[in-house]
Ligand binder design. Structure first.
Ligand code: PRX
Length: 630
């Protein structure tokens, strides 16, 4: 990992209208942060007290580094807070979900009461398939309301969901199903993307070969004529739903019972199954949704992620629903049928909070401001960004052309592992483009050297978290050693794997990953996963993968490939290899460039030195290469 280094920090500051701070849930950052520091447990107990519990906790936090337990002894069900709490209140007829398909006509709206009933029915349907508390269910679906219903139904009955983003390929899906030991896979015949059909069910068929844990596949059939199901193993979503009883009591969950597993790419081996538990995750997701977006009762909230990523788990489903928000979700992509579609959606539904990713903003920059200018965006109140650093140019464009110099932008830094926002600039605080901001009250973030000493402003170092927080992951599924590593790389602090720098005011700028994770359009791609997909092709002897700069996606994947002796380096073969990676892992992992080489730089112990490849690619000094063998 990198040593500390100097960073140039000067830049603009934007001051939001003071009314934002005056009306916000948090008030000013300094006071809120001090309230947390004065009494950390009391701070979190106060937030948890805004939610409903079947039995109260005995202790707010038990910390035996690196193992945390939060709200110990408490009993709850997260769906009670996301659904029953609202269905029993004046929110019962409030819109919970607004869904928009690719076709303008294709729109669905579910109130809290309706969503509650759908979830209870599907929960009973799952029970009918023999799913119970502690069983794992894989959800591999397009972005439709049923995806949310399936997640919540699992949580309702205490089943652990393991969602795989619908853009992953068969081999990526197979790895995740096997690691999670999923008993059921829930999917759809197809997803729609830019007018084309993504054959999800066909991919599932391939992925469940060599996945013996899978007993049943539930299929949502969206197209006519309906695809045929193989009755031994496959059931129809609507059919089991129609046959199920309408009421289902929530399973009483212990605070520390697992809620879900979600895989994230690692630098070595298979992806890591990040495990989140019930109470702490619920409190963290709820708190940050309400306080970071400063969500109010009449907001129309739109997070453009897919529920298949952590952003969707925390900020489409659990956080906003726990907070009783109206949530917009859509299967549309930002540029189809034209780059005005998302702005028309903002206008059509009166979206007030809009949370997206830097790669999307940079794509919109390319299309030009005439697209947002064609729609009325007056309802927008708060903008958000997540997934990778929001570069100052993208910040300015977003602020000016979408927020009309009026809306604060919350650039939220966090991870699958953290479950909730950790660093941001709260609504109403001065904004510094390029900086995510300061730690969210409740979080102790810092930038340190390898020994864990804080580095002075302007000096880069490792981004760490000093104290446990409620929604931190509890372990890595089947691999607790990998979990412990997060807390031992720098002694007893949580290392995020990111490089960062602070300024004089304590604002944190996140510079990027310190390891071999490539962030392509906000999605984490492990070099190891792409390399092993390449090597599984018969022509490839060895492969190394690095990230190269990309003006829209932030980074793109470049692969260096050594061919087996009987293969010739041709353009056709490059295309075949890209296609092979696309089919195994999905389009997001597809190399943008492939170079055939005769050798790869390696250490004497045989590890590929990606750093050297990268330096060569960028035309910079590779630094210390004394351990280089070849
Ligand atoms: O490198 C950071 C980057 O995304 C990583 C986490 O990726 P993932 O677990 O997939 O979660 C993405 C959604 C939370 C981080 O280690 N990252 C995420 N948000 C930001 C960011 N980098 C800079 N600024 C951000 N706001």
């Amino acid at each position: 990992m990198a040593e500390t280094f100097d960073v140039k920090l000067a830049g603009k500051v934007y001051m939001p209208d003071p009314a934002y701070r005056e009306r916000s849930w948090t008030g000013d950052w300094e006071t809120a942060y001090k309230r947390y520091l004065d009494d950390p447990d009391g701070f979190w107990a106060g937030i948890a007290g805004e939610l409903e519990w079947f039995a109260p906790w005995e202790t707010v936090r038990e910390w035996d580094n690196p193992y945390a337990r939060w709200f110990t002894g408490a009993k709850l069900n997260i769906t009670h807070n996301c659904l029953d709490r609202h269905a029993a209140s004046e929110r019962r007829n409030k819109v919970a979900l607004i869904w928009r398909g690719e076709d303008d006509e294709n729109e669905r709206i579910l109130t809290y009461r309706q969503l509650h009933r759908e979830v209870m029915r599907f929960a009973n349907a799952l029970k009918g398939l023999g799913v119970g508390k502690g069983d794992t269910v894989c959800i591999y679906m397009p972005l439709v309301p049923e995806q949310v219903v399936a997640m919540l139904a699992c949580a309702r009955i205490g089943a652990v969901h393991s969602i795989v983003y619908g853009g992953f390929g068969a081999s990526a899906l197979n790895t995740r199903i096997r690691d999670a030991q999923a008993k059921i896979v829930i999917t759809a015949d197809v997803g729609f993307r830019r007018g084309k059909r993504v054959p999800l069910k066909t991919i599932v068929d391939e992925a469940v070969v060599n996945a013996p844990s899978v007993e049943k596949i539930v299929v949502l059939r969206r197209t006519k004529p309906e695809i045929e199901l193989f009755s031994e193993m496959e059931v129809d979503f609507e059919e089991i739903m129609a046959a199920a009883a309408p009421y289902c009591e929530p399973e009483v969950m212990d605070a520390e019972d697992p809620l879900f597993i979600l895989h994230t790419s690692g630098t070595t081996g298979t992806p890591k199954g990040i495990v989140h538990t019930s109470a702490g995750y619920m409190v963290g997701a709820y708190y940050t949704t309400k306080y970071v977006f400063d969500l109010k009762e009449n907001d129309v909230y739109w997070c453009t992620a897919d529920p298949g990523w952590i952003t969707g788990h925390s900020y489409i489903v659990y956080g906003p629903l726990a907070a009783g928000a109206t949530v917009l979700l859509t299967e549309t992509t930002p540029d189809f049928p034209d780059p005005g579609i998302w702005w028309r959606i903002v206008e059509d539904f009166g979206v007030t909070v809009f949370y997206t990713a830097p790669t999307v903003i940079r794509m919109f920059m390319r299309f030009g401001e005439e697209w947002p200018n064609r729609s009325n965006l007056d309802t927008l109140r708060v903008l958000g960004s997540v997934g990778e650093p929001l570069n100052p140019e993208a910040f300015e464009w977003f602020y000016h052309n979408v927020g009309k110099d009026r809306c604060p932008i919350v650039d939220t830094w966090w991870q699958t592992e953290t479950g909730m926002h950790m660093i941001t600039t709260l609504v109403g605080e001065p904004m510094k483009p390029g900086f995510a901001g300061r730690p969210v009250p409740g979080v102790m973030a810092d930038v340190v050297d390898r020994e864990g000493n804080p580095v002075p402003p302007g000096i880069g170092g490792l981004l760490v978290i000093r104290e446990p927080w409620p929604s931190m992951m509890r372990t890595v599924h089947n691999n607790d050693e990998r979990y412990r590593k997060y807390w031992t790389t720098v002694d007893s602090l949580y290392t995020a794997g990111d490089l960062a720098v602070k300024d004089e005011d304590g604002y944190i700028m996140v510079l990027g990953r310190a390891d071999d994770i490539i962030i392509v359009a906000g999605h984490n791609i492990g070099t190891a996963e792409v390399e092993s997909a390449l090597v599984s092709h018969e022509a490839v002897a060895e492969a190394a993968v690095i990230g190269i700069p990309d003006a829209v996606k932030g980074q793109a994947v470049k692969a260096f490939v050594i061919l087996r002796q009987s293969y010739r380096p041709t353009e056709k073969l490059k295309g075949d290899l890209s296609y092979h990676v696309r089919m195994s892992l999905g389009p997001i992992a597809m190399p943008a460039a492939i170079e055939f080489v005769d050798a790869l730089p390696k250490t004497r112990s045989g590890k590929i030195m990606r750093r050297v490849l990268k330096a060569k690619e960028m035309g910079i000094d590779p630094g210390d290469i004394s351990t280089l063998e070849d």
